[in-house]
Design a protein around this ligand. Sequence first.
Ligand code: ZN
Length: 354
Amino acid sequence: LPVRLLHARGAGLGLALLLIGCAGPSSPHGYGPWEGERAASHIPAPDLSVTDVLGPVSGQGMEEMRRLDHQRDTVAIRLRRAFILVETGRHTLARTELNRLLFSQTPPSVPVEAFARYIRARSYAATGEADRAQADLERATALATASDLRTLIAAERPAAAPAPTPPVAAAPRVDLAFLPRSGWGARAPVDSRMVPMGRVFRLTVHHSGLLAGRGASDESAAAISSIQKTHMGGNGWGDIGYHYLIDPDGRVWQGRPVQWQGAHAGDPERNRGNIGICLLGNFVRGRDGQEPPPAQLRALQQLVVGFCRQYGIPAAGIYTHREMRVTTCPGEHLQLAVERLRRSLDGLAQASGG
Ligand SMILES: [Zn+2]
């Protein structure tokens, strides 16, 4: 079944709310530099807003496209161009433009990705690729900080069972092994403070935000134990918030058992069906940060590939914390690594016809 999508007008309100909810739609507004024809220049350049990006397209959009060509290249213009291409049936061009926005060296901001995912979902729906449309809508939903947008998009999904999403089928088989909770001296959880996990359909990658040493086993155990103390004592949670923790040496430690919903993504709605994976270390750029060591990244990849297979999670179901809410977690270094991983898994799923 093709996914029914919102009309641009209907999406308007929700996306507007999304933008209000974000850190700030601070795209510089106003008139582009006078680079193009004078006749075109008195029309303001599109802003990163629902009205400008998803507004109605007149005719084949040729007139507007010509005008955009003469304005300064901004993300709002690129999104608008992609939207016109989708609305006028030029899907290949539209997706090239959108993929460039989504997978560039510099990751898109949260509002830009939400727009891009939403527009790409319309394109997939128009060409009958319901699974991919669904995956993009799910992602747009997760990026939406305003609950109104999530509700709005949810209302557009098929009422019956969700369309199957392409699992990462072609990925190599891995055997997952975890160090037990006893290995880091876990305190007993308080079950009454937790809720059961339900169906797993996504996962989120974090960093601990604390510089990690060389990865000696006892150091890692102490670090994990101290995270649990903060989560249970300071935050009053039922257990450590993450389900798995990976140390610099690539050991994977069992955190909160997956039968319980985690406490890591921001709120109960974001934690729903969401496995939390924390890499010990601080992966921000600059003096205060560090690079994730290769052994740690290899372990992350194995873990993610394993969970994608086990739970049928599509590549679009792999998130980083900052894609869930406004935060620096998991730091730029790890953010880029996860984006690379997601691209490679997306490639595998598409190559296998998923
Ligand atoms: Zn985090």
